[in-house]
Write a protein that binds this ligand. Structure first.
Ligand SMILES: [Cu+2]
Length: 163
């Protein structure tokens, strides 16, 4: 058998302690610095069944971001999604975007302009939202042509005017 002297035992336990400290530091730094990097949303919007007196609502109806920023929609409540309004609702060159129900989703906004979106099943219940990218409102006239219905039709003008 291999026997350790007391000095060797002490230095072994010191090595173990240093290891533990190093691991703790690693965990600490990866939590503080790496996590936010891998999850770099510049704005977060919750999909909600209720917020104050409103039901079926995006937590923020207007979000302003810079070109290249990412918006994260959190499926806080179930039964919702995010769908860009195809007709007149997005700047030229932006493709179709429709997320799955009950799923968190994010989108990186590389083209400046106003983006209008709704939750597909609640699009006439006021569950609409806008993202203004790069403070560019050059497609505002098109946004004003969007055909909203129901409660969304009632709340859209004020929202569009405050873009
Ligand atoms: Cu919804």
């Amino acid at each position: 058998m291999f026997l350790l002297t007391n000095t060797q035992k002490v230095s072994l336990s010191m090595i173990n302690m240093i290891k533990k400290v190093a691991v703790s530091f690693l965990i600490f730094f990866s939590t503080v610095f790496l996590m936010p990097m891998s999850f770099a949303a510049d704005a977060t919007v919750d999909m909600l069944n209720k917020q104050g007196k409103e039901s079926m609502v995006f937590s923020k109806k207007i979000v302003r971001v810079n070109v290249g920023d990412t918006v994260f929609w959190k499926a806080t409540d179930k039964g919702h999604n995010v769908e860009f309004i195809k007709k007149n609702g997005v700047p030229e060159g932006v493709g179709k975007f429709k997320s799955k129900f009950n799923k968190d989703v994010e989108f990186k906004f590389d083209i400046p302009g106003i983006y209008a979106y709704w939750c597909t099943p609640h699009k006439s219940m006021g569950m609409i939202g806008f993202v203004v990218v790069g403070d560019d409102k050059s497609n505002l006239d098109a946004i004003k042509l969007i055909k909203f219905s129901g409660k969304s039709k009632k709340i859209a003008p004020d929202l569009i005017n405050s873009l």
